[in-house]
Design a binder for this molecule. Structure first.
Ligand code: GSF
Length: 203
């Protein structure tokens, strides 16, 4: 498998953490999807990373599809419960964590890629509200549990860890560590894992 991505993308990081936890071999190819000469749309019509080129040359898109598939490849470090409500709950954590990223990335693009006179403060506020409400919801759901889904490490922790790490990387002004001590505790524990250490976001 060949993973196409960037070192800054939190969605790419989620897939890299899962590949590492599952001890799966892969090649990693850097792609800047914002460069004028990017060829990403020849692989993924949505023009996004991560994109995962499979052994047969076909391309898998979207990090959520990838991590769900990768978890089926080996029993090493099962990250998703096999079925039912427990599985849906883990995927719900992931949907929330990813949705917070979708909102925060929209804000970053608005601020960094649009001329200042075209930027909408209302739009930015609407997106930032999702991030802050999302943080409060993650914190409330986590409570005093060891991990997001309870006693065991799961894909929920991978997704939440990637979201928190990216917020610290791109939005250091968001004081989630001070506001939500339980998220800070979880994040510090996740940061000790080799899979997280090896994928710390960088520009
Ligand atoms: C989101 C991927 C994404 O937005 C997933 O794989 O989970 N739901 C998808 N990737 C960004 C890079 S980043 O901000 O992490 C991307 O490739 N954007 C390019 C574009 O044209 O939107």
């Amino acid at each position: 498998m060949k993973l196409i991505g960037s070192l800054a993308s939190p969605y790419v990081r989620k897939v890299r953490v899962v590949l590492a936890e599952k001890k799966l071999d892969y090649q990693f190819e850097l792609e800047n999807v914002w460069a004028p000469d990017t060829a990403i749309s020849t692989l993924n019509p949505l023009g996004k990373v991560p994109s995962l080129v499979m052994e047969d040359g076909s391309v898998m898109i979207d990090s959520r599809v990838m991590v769900e598939y990768l978890d089926t490849l080996t029993p090493v470090c099962k990250l998703l419960p096999p079925n039912g409500r427990d599985r849906a709950d883990v995927k719900c954590w992931e949907a929330l964590a990813d949705g917070m990223l979708d909102a925060a990335i929209t804000v970053r693009l608005e601020r960094t890629q649009r001329p200042i006179e075209l930027q909408s403060e209302d739009w930015i506020a609407r997106q930032m509200r999702k991030v802050h409400l999302g943080l409060a919801a993650l914190s409330e759901k986590l409570g005093e549990q060891a991990y997001c889904a309870g006693k065991n490490y799961s894909l929920a922790d991978v997704a939440v860890g990637c979201t928190l790490g990216w917020l610290s990387f791109r939005f250091p002004e968001i004081t989630w560590r001070d506001d939500h001590a339980n998220l800070a505790r979880l994040f510090d524990k996740l940061s000790e894992r080799q899979s997280f250490k090896d994928t710390v976001p960088s520009a």
